[in-house]
Design a protein around this ligand. Structure first.
Ligand code: HAM
Length: 408
């Protein structure tokens, strides 16, 4: 019979990879808790309308990439990202009444019907954070710090922070008009996606990856508009204050005026953190400020900012990390004593196993050296004298101690 295979763009996370995933998850809890953030878990599917209104109906995500289905005449969608879901929950649970800032973090699977390639899947995982209630750039600085410190805690330092300000709806409108007027003469030469974006969402023209379009946008008259400072005085103050905090904290960043992000809800600060070791899908983190989203989804006017990171991309940067070993493996042909000791050690928080099939002593020792840091040898002599032999499997050092003095 033909075997059924995993779906294109999805992956099993196998037991051998789990230590890495646990590590990423544990560090998220540790680091985000230090910043006063609380974990939230929202449903995997939501009303389709949440994403259409939240993420934006001019985006690729909403137009092309959603897993949408109907049940009982309701249109439902597997979440393509989690900002919209967290905002829905924030509103529904009256979290605006909590004292600001409200800091929520999450982890879990997201679904986008994209063309799979290295670093891009159809089901992938994000770890992310959303901070509500603060309009000052101190929140922007803190959110970027949270991202950087989480990455540092994972051992990832060699990354580039790119940052930009998209201004507010007012100043952006003016920019869009200028941009359209310089690009219009080349409209027929642009790729079909850009031709569509030209009317619907001209800012997105800037991050087109098609060479011909990029060449057009590199023309001097277009660059002049892109590189010019279009943001208004207030937006500019906000941005400069943020950059001031970044300088103060020694956070290196690159200003990238082409950074516009692929979701519609952003205003002012947007940022991405990129790695040079990931090929074309090189963003490990994307985020920004979305001051109108809570109101647009029916809540009180609440400024907010957040980010999300792709966990598969983090995992591929961390791949060299060693699989975790057990602390101890009991080597003994006395299964009664072995099972008792194993349980006793586990109750003290020590990870350990013994041979459930009671294989030959030598075989057990071989197994121990593969899976554990220490072999705890409990032969008949040891049992008779109430002792145990501890063998350090890295250094091969060995000592025999009284069983009640056993410490690892
Ligand atoms: P995003 O840029 O769409 O932003 O996704 C954030 C990160 O998720 C990306 O930088 C990437 O690492 C990962 N990612 C996205 N799509 C895929 C994919 N198909 N396969 C593997 N990894 C992927 C958001 O989702 C926003 N909700 C971030 C945010 C939170 N903004 C404010 N708050």
């Amino acid at each position: 019979m033909a075997i059924i295979k995993v779906q294109k763009g999805t992956k099993d996370i196998l037991p051998t990879e789990m230590p890495l995933w646990h590590f990423m998850e544990e560090k998220a809890l540790e680091i985000f808790t230090k910043y006063g953030a609380k974990e939230i878990r929202t449903p995997i599917f939501e009303a389709t309308e949440l994403f259409a209104r939240g993420v934006g109906d001019t985006t690729d995500i909403v137009n092309k990439e959603m897993y949408t289905f109907e049940k009982s005449e309701r249109s439902l969608t597997l979440r393509p990202e989690n900002t919209a879901g967290v905002v829905r929950s924030f509103i529904e649970n009256g979290m605006h009444r909590l004292s600001a800032p409200v800091k929520l973090w999450y982890k879990g699977p997201m679904f986008r019907y994209e063309r799979p390639q290295a670093g891009r899947q159809r089901q992938f995982h994000q770890v992310g954070i959303e901070v509500f209630g603060i309009k000052q750039p101190t929140a922007d600085a803190e959110v970027i710090l949270m991202a950087i410190n989480y990455l540092k805690a994972l051992g990832l330092n060699d990354l580039t922070v790119e940052i930009n300000s998209l201004g507010c709806p007012n100043c952006r409108e003016n920019f869009k008009t200028q941009l359209k007027s310089v690009i219009k003469p080349y409209l027929s030469e642009l790729c079909p996606d850009c031709q569509e974006r030209f009317e619907k969402n001209p800012l997105r023209l800037l991050d087109c990856k098609v060479t011909e379009c990029k060449e057009i946008y590199a023309k001097p008259e277009i660059q002049k508009v892109i590189q010019g400072d279009f943001i208004c005085e207030e937006c500019s103050e906000h941005f400069n204050e943020l950059l001031g905090y970044m300088d103060e904290l020694g956070i290196k960043y690159e200003r990238n005026k082409l950074l516009v992000r692929g979701l519609d809800y952003y205003n002012r600060t947007v940022f991405e953190i990129k790695s040079n070791n990931l090929g074309s899908q090189n963003a490990v983190c994307g985020g920004g400020r979305y001051d109108s989203l809570v109101k647009n989804l029916g809540g009180e006017n609440t400024p907010a900012i957040g980010f999300a990171m792709g966990m598969e991309r983090l995992a591929s940067l961390l791949e060299g990390k060693q699989e975790e070993k057990l602390t101890a493996y009991i080597v003994s042909n006395n299964t009664r004593e072995a099972i008792k000791l194993t349980e006793e050690l586990r109750s003290k928080g020590i990870s350990c196993e013994f041979d459930l099939t009671n294989k030959k002593f030598v075989k057990q020792l071989e197994k121990a050296s593969k899976v554990a840091k220490y072999a705890l040898i409990l032969g008949e002599d040891e049992i008779a004298s109430g002792k145990i032999t501890i063998k350090n499997l890295e250094t091969s050092e060995q000592k025999t101690v009284k069983i009640e003095e056993l410490s690892l």
